[in-house]
Every structure is written in structure tokens, then in C-alpha cells.
Design a protein around this ligand. Structure first.
Ligand SMILES: [Zn+2]
Length: 405
């Protein structure tokens, strides 16, 4: 009787674990998807996702239950993020681990701790005939996108990292623009001129992009507001009217790459991290929503090509040590007050550090650091090969799983 009860319980537990489609199958899929989307929410830990869904639920008068697009994907994993030299990684080491499948020291891009070049999945897929699109809501030469094409022991070497773009031959780059527009000493040639001299059409804004796209096979999209200068703007916080959201950037890339050839798109929600560094709750939530809208574009594409498409959504690390809950707040997050501040400033947050800390504490969102944390991050996947992104993962395993190894 007792044995039977245990067996029945074990069965129930198995069913529970399989309810989200997650199985422990070790069956190998030998071939990779024809169309691959990898979304990286920079700094997006579990609490950033939970807070955003709590906010969405609040918007329809509920305490929970509303979901982002990507949290509805059938496969869910938890990914460790430590770097070669630190418990707590930065975006350079984490981006490198994801893109290249190997650990490195904090601050390094696309190289191992000795400075030897790694080969990112973008280069490997390019060799296999894939078209490549690399895009972000922050700068094109920031750590995460740079990890897919650059090689440098110093992530801050923005100008030299950008100079690696021509040799990639990757078809599409997109972002707010470029950091270090004239190099570290400010005396270098404008980076857009350098890139144009070396085979890339640099376009500011959608109009220019649409006019140039039919005439070139190498293109870089930058936001209109960053024309001819170093870029460093948030997408949601203090949004510039003419700037396009990440979702639109994915649409531009999809239109440009087409679906005849296989493609790989890496799309980073880069400003989630920036908002979380500032411990700005509503800015963080809006940046997660901006990423989710971009994922929706990929998901619609997946619905048209379900057998040939893989979408993976993950993060490079957690930022802010965020928690849904605070020491002195109540047991329910006060989204009404967060929203009141946000709307009063016309959709941004210019509060001082202290004012933000008080607002967060009062309204039950906790933050423990202005930096990153070593908490593992979620991985969501749907489509061909998605079952591999299940259970416990390390960030160095993502490359191989995407390449169908
Ligand atoms: Zn960061």
C-alpha cells in the first residue's frame, strides 16, 4: 500500500515536472534550426521578469497571472553566469561565454583570459551560409553585441572593436549608434565614415535605412537621434520621439535578411541593465517590455515557420540584485505609486538615487546593489532544438546547443 502511494506520488511529481513540456530526454537533435533568434536581456534576472509580469497584472486589476510572450515558451532553463575570474560576471565575459562557448575574465571580449581569439557562433554560422544580424537597444559596439564579432582584452576599446566590423561580412548591424565615435583620444576618423569606406552603409533612422537597403548587402542601422555623435541613450527612459523600439529593429532586420537563406539574429535588450544599475524600477520594467515586443516579432515569424525556427531568450547576468519585495514595504507591490511617478515625468525617471531608493523601499521592490549579482538567469526556448534549453545550464553551453551540437 505504502509502496503504491510512493509510486503514485512519483508519477505525480513526474507529471508536474513535465507540465511545461520539459523532459529529461537526452535525445540529440543533429541539425540546427534554419532560422535562429537569440535574445539577450542584459541584466534580466528572474525578478526583472517577475516584476514586469506583476506590473502587467496590475494593469488589468490582478495580482498575478499576466505573462510576457517569452515566459510562455515551453522550455525553461536556469543558467549560471560566473566568469573566469569572478563570481559576478560583467557583460563582456558573459557575452563572450554565450557567443563563443568559453569563459573569460571580466572586461574581455571574444578572447580567452590569455587574449587568444575565440570564434563566436555568428562566425561559425556565417561559414555555414547563414546571414547574420546583430542588434541591440544600446550601442552597436557595447559588450554584448561586441562579443559576437569583436576580439579585445578591453571592452572599453570601442573604436577598435567597431573597426572589426568590416572583416565580419555580417549583413546587418543595428543599435542606438556607436560609443567612442572618434576613438579614445577623440582624434580618430568618424567611425561611420570609417565603416562606409570599408564596405558598410551606415543609416540613421528608418527613412534612410529603407532608401539604402535595396542597394547594399552590408548595412548598419543607427537611431536618428545619434547622428554623427557618440550614442548612449536609453530606449524607454527619456525616449527620443524619432527613435525606434527594438521590435522595429528586428522587423527591419527580418525584411533585410529575408527568409530564403538561413539566418541568425542576435538581439539584445541592452538597457534593461542600464535601468537596473540605476535601480529604476519602472525603467527596468519598460525595458523588459521593449525586449518582449521584439520577441513577439520573432514569435510571429516562428508561427509561420514552426519546423525551422528556434527562439532562445536569456540574460547575460542579473543586475541590481532585484527582488519583488523590500524590507519595509507591504506584501503587495505598489505599482500605482510607481506609475504615478513615471507618468508625472512623461514616461521617465529623473529622481535622485536617494529618492529612487525611498520609492522602491516604500513600494516593495528591493535592490541590493548598483552593480551585477551572481544569481543564475532564466533561459526560455521554443521551436527546433528548444528542448535542449531545459534544466540546469551554464552560459558556455548555449553556443553548442544553438549550433545543434
Ligand atoms: Zn551591467
Amino acid at each position: 500500500m505504502r509502496t503504491r502511494t510512493i509510486a503514485a506520488l512519483a508519477g505525480m511529481i513526474t507529471m508536474l515536472f513535465c507540465a511545461n513540456g520539459c523532459t529529461a530526454s537526452t535525445e540529440k537533435t543533429e541539425t540546427k534550426a534554419k532560422y535562429i533568434f537569440l535574445f539577450i536581456g542584459d541584466g534580466m534576472g528572474n525578478s526583472h521578469v517577475a516584476a514586469t509580469e506583476s506590473y502587467l497584472s496590475y494593469k488589468v486589476g490582478k495580482l498575478g497571472g499576466e505573462q510576457l510572450c517569452f515566459t510562455q515558451f515551453p522550455y525553461l532553463g536556469l543558467c549560471t553566469t560566473y566568469s573566469a575570474d569572478n563570481t559576478i560576471t560583467d557583460s563582456a565575459a558573459a557575452g563572450t561565454a554565450i557567443a563563443c562557448g568559453g569563459k573569460t575574465d571580466n572586461g574581455m571580449i571574444g578572447v580567452n583570459p590569455e587574449g587568444e581569439h575565440y570564434k563566436s557562433m555568428a562566425y561559425e554560422l556565417k561559414e555555414d551560409g547563414y546571414k547574420i544580424g546583430i542588434m541591440t537597444s544600446v550601442t552597436v559596439n557595447h559588450a554584448t553585441p561586441a562579443s559576437f564579432y569583436g576580439h579585445n582584452k578591453r571592452r572599453g576599446a570601442y573604436y577598435s572593436i567597431s573597426q572589426e566590423i568590416p572583416a565580419t561580412g555580417f549583413e546587418f548591424f543595428g543599435g542606438s549608434g556607436f560609443g567612442g565615435f572618434n576613438g579614445e583620444d577623440g582624434n580618430e576618423e568618424d567611425i561611420d565614415i570609417y565603416l562606409e569606406r570599408n564596405g558598410y552603409q551606415v543609416c540613421y533612422g528608418v527613412e534612410e535605412f529603407n532608401a539604402e537597403a535595396p542597394q547594399t548587402d552590408r548595412i548598419i542601422f543607427c537611431q536618428e537621434s545619434n547622428r554623427k555623435e557618440s550614442a548612449a541613450n536609453y530606449v524607454s527612459d527619456g525616449k527620443v520621439a524619432e527613435d525606434i523600439p527594438l521590435a522595429k529593429m528586428v522587423e527591419l532586420a527580418l525584411g533585410y535578411l529575408g527568409d530564403e537563406e538561413p539566418f541568425f539574429i542576435m538581439c539584445e535588450g541592452g538597457a534593461i541593465d542600464w535601468a537596473a544599475h540605476d535601480n529604476k524600477t519602472m525603467s527596468t520594467v519598460h525595458e523588459v517590455l521593449d525586449l518582449d515586443e521584439a520577441v513577439k516579432v520573432a514569435y510571429r515569424f516562428y508561427q509561420e515557420h514552426p519546423e525551422e525556427t528556434l527562439i532562445v531568450v536569456t540574460a547575460d547576468h542579473e543586475t541590481g540584485g532585484m527582488a519583488v519585495g523590500s524590507r519595509s514595504g507591504s506584501s503587495t507591490v505598489n505599482w500605482a505609486e510607481f506609475e504615478e511617478q513615471w507618468n508625472a515625468e512623461g514616461g521617465k525617471n529623473t529622481l535622485s538615487k536617494t529618492e529612487n531608493m525611498e520609492l522602491n523601499e516604500r513600494c516593495s521592490i528591493g535592490w541590493t546593489t548598483w552593480g551585477h549579482s551572481g544569481s543564475p538567469v532564466p533561459t526560455y526556448a521554443v521551436g527546433k532544438g528548444a528542448e535542449k534549453f531545459c534544466g540546469r545550464l551554464d552560459n558556455t553551453e548555449i553556443k553548442g546547443k544553438i549550433l545543434g551540437e
